[in-house]
Design a protein around this ligand. Structure first.
Ligand code: MN
Length: 420
């Protein structure tokens, strides 16, 4: 991604930011096991990354807006020879400036941060305009989990400067991130391409009687060789396991006669693909499996057709439910419309981007949104779970499917899985 992308994002954000405000974003820190160093995979805070392009842990971005001008600061750890000898190169002021487009004179070491923040707040203590607003991105997902570093920092600021007003800018960032640029769309498309190729590669090597994690490993081997990471834990669910939506134990045998459901996604430059496919373990669909697969496949088109500008978001899922009311009767699963939810118990779509479940601040579809389309059907009594998922770009006209029909055609799947 070019530096210009992050500069443009900061400018767009600045245009929405309130006058006389300071914004703080933090890149995050890698998790620690219990007695281990911070060496575990580090996932950068996506809002921070969106505005800086920097993927290093423990970096602060501070933006200050007054009288129509924006000042930008980065605070990084000071490179240390001892740490470099152990862990490799550290982010330098030069790299941070080059990556983000923030002037090198505004990139500082962290020990300077308190002094500079105090000065920025002092500069903005404009009596006419009132107290400065301090905006932070509060993006704690579960309210009963531990406070985030952002929340802890907000509390410290409030204690030290009781006159500031603390505000949450997560919604404004979500609004910006809801609509993708051409580069972002390219990255999601590329992630999807590698995901599909990984699945194709797996279908050539994985065998009936192997464990779910062995199938998953064949897929992940391809993704790793392509130089990509996985955006989330691979779901490989055979037979009845596929009726648990986020089953990821992946430790059961894939048996002849069962279907095996995969929900997975490679990540390219921090942009996620999210794809689901369902295959017959022994390479041949039964008549019943074909019947049910066709229903889910058709539901995908029904939902996708709603993903057009101006259509309220919930309508795509409602279209699937309405379609199932008829289709599941034909498949002899229901006799009452209200029973659809026994076999289909999730939503059909979510926003996709830097997060696999990207924040979305839109009520209707807009061109530039990238969303998933993932109808499913889960029949515990038959030991069958089917989910098919593609990534869709909303355009001015017809929705553009970034994954397309690859590995959705049952004849294509059977031909690929034919073992000589
Ligand atoms: Mn999904």
């Amino acid at each position: 991604m070019e530096t210009k992308f992050y500069m443009k994002n900061r400018l767009r954000f600045f245009n929405h930011a309130e006058e006389n405000s300071l914004l703080f974003l933090y890149s995050g820190t890698a998790p620690v096991k219990s007695n281990d160093q911070k060496m575990h995979p580090f996932a950068v805070n996506r809002n921070f990354y969106y505005l800086t392009g920097i993927e290093t842990q423990s970096v602060w971005l501070v933006l200050a807006k007054t009288a129509g001008t924006m000042a930008e600061y980065l605070f990084i750890d000071q490179p240390d020879e001892e740490i470099i000898r152990w862990n490799g190169k550290m982010l330098t002021k030069e790299n941070a400036a080059a990556r983000s487009g923030i002037s090198i004179s505004d990139v500082h070491y962290k020990q300077e941060m308190d002094r500079i923040v105090a000065r920025l707040l002092g500069d903005r203590r404009n009596l006419a305009a009132g107290a400065p607003a301090v905006c932070l991105s509060f993006d704690r997902l579960w309210m009963d989990s531990a406070p985030t570093q952002m929340e802890i920092y907000a509390k410290q600021l409030q204690e030290k400067y009781p006159f500031v007003q603390i505000k949450n800018i997560a919604p404004q960032l979500a609004a910006l991130r809801s609509v993708k640029t051409a580069e972002e769309i390219q990255y999601i498309r590329k992630a999807g391409d590698v995901t599909i190729e990984g699945l194709r590669s797996m279908l050539r090597t994985a065998k009936p009687g192997e464990l779910e994690y062995q199938w998953a490993a064949d897929y992940e081997y391809y993704v790793a060789r392509a130089g990509l990471r996985n955006a989330f834990t691979t779901i490989a669910a055979a037979g009845p396991n596929a009726t648990m939506l986020h089953y990821s134990d992946n430790n059961c045998t894939a048996n002849v006669g069962d279907l095996i459901l995969f929900d997975l996604g490679a990540e390219y430059r921090n942009y996620s693909a999210d794809v689901s496919r369902t295959f017959p373990v022994n390479g041949k669909f039964t008549t019943r499996q074909r019947e049910l697969f066709s229903i889910v496949r058709e539901a995908m088109d029904v939902a996708k057709d709603k993903m057009r500008p101006g259509v309220p978001l919930p309508e795509s899922n409602q279209a699937v439910i309405d379609f199932y009311k008829k289709a599941l009767r034909t498949a002899k699963l229901i006799s009452d419309d209200s029973d659809v939810r026994k076999y289909y118990y999730h939503g059909v779509s979510h926003s996709l981007g830097l997060d696999t479940h990207d924040p979305c601040a839109k009520a209707v579809y807009e061109p530039g949104m990238v969303i998933t389309c993932e109808p499913g059907l889960y029949i515990a009594e038959e030991g069958i779970g089917i989910r098919l998922e593609n990534d869709i770009l909303v355009t001015e006209g017809a929705p553009e499917d970034l994954v397309g029909n690859r590995l959705l055609d049952m004849d294509e799947i059977e031909a690929l899985m034919e073992r000589g």
